[in-house]
Design a protein around this ligand. Structure first.
Ligand SMILES: [Zn+2]
Length: 286
């Protein structure tokens, strides 16, 4: 991609320097525990149970961060600027698209983390891979995933990296449009079809990533290999490819994201059309 390193996005929440230590309940630290104990005594209510039992824990800000500055390599710092660029560029495109539909777009935030992170969707580790949490409307990524994408998944290149982020932004678009909520309801109504619905939701996010790709192509900021890199990444994270490399077998019944072929197809559909309404993966399943 042709882009100019230009610092950090205002929607970036950098938590790399503050890795989470220990269990979630211990997240508030000793000082916090003591404070809750004091509050419990004063108000005669058990505030400690708020953090030591389930429920509210997921929503609590985690305070067990290491405040020491995180030392990133120059390569990683460049990556931070690149994801900042993609985040801002893609969200500007979606703001326009929403305006065209008479709707207002609200930015998602991007949380950078290392090792582990607390989100409204629960605790996540690096192995979870990049994800979008509808509960707090934030995207979470451990930049180390990009090494894995290039090496283990065999999908190198900056546009492969951009695709991953654009896909997560696609989930935010689904959230803002109310699609995500409809799908969750449909899944609750038909638990047997939950995986199928998940695949349709994921393929639509791929298509939405392509919609952004279309805009970058029109603005002439793609390199000749970029589309191929994006398609390579979409194929690399296909359920069939991942299952085959993990277990040697492929079981379409358990697909949650779609096959490599499907993921490439839908990304391409968005890329060619530039039109979100071309991304109705649910059309044939209504
Ligand atoms: Zn997804």
């Amino acid at each position: 991609m042709r882009w100019t390193p230009g610092g950090r996005s205002k929607n970036l929440d950098d938590r790399r320097g503050r890795p989470l230590r220990g269990a979630r309940g211990a997240g508030i630290g000793l000082g916090g525990m003591l404070l809750l104990l004091v509050l419990s005594v004063i108000f005669k209510q058990d505030f400690l149970s708020l953090v030591t039992t389930g429920g509210g824990v997921d929503m609590m800000p985690t305070a067990s961060y290491d405040t020491a500055a995180y030392q990133a390599s120059p390569d990683e710092e460049r990556l931070v600027e690149f994801v900042s660029f993609v985040l801002d560029d893609a969200q500007a495109v979606w703001r326009d698209k929403f305006a065209g539909m008479g709707q207002s777009y609200q930015d998602a935030k991007l949380v950078l983390f290392r090792a582990g992170v607390q989100s409204a969707c629960g605790f996540a580790e690096t192995a979870t891979g990049p994800f979008y949490c509808p509960g707090d409307e934030q995207i979470y990524i451990d930049l180390g995933f990009y090494d894995e994408l290039a090496q283990r998944f065999g999908a190198p290149g900056d546009f492969a990296q951009a695709y991953v982020l654009a896909h997560e932004i696609g989930h935010h678009v689904q959230r803002r449009l109310g699609i995500e909520e409809q799908v969750r309801q449909a899944q609750r109504a038909r638990p047997g079809a939950a995986n199928q619905y998940s695949v349709l939701l994921e393929l639509q996010a791929d298509c939405f990533a392509g919609v952004w790709g279309h805009s970058t192509a029109r603005r002439n900021i793609l390199d000749p290999d970029d589309l191929e890199e994006g398609l390579g990444a979409a194929a690399a994270v296909g359920d069939d490819r991942i299952q085959r490399s993990a277990t040697g077998r492929v079981n379409p019944e358990t697909f949650t994201h779609g096959s490599s072929q499907q993921r490439m197809q839908w990304f391409q559909r968005g890329f060619q059309s530039g039109n979100p309404s071309a991304c109705d993966t649910f059309a044939e399943n209504r």
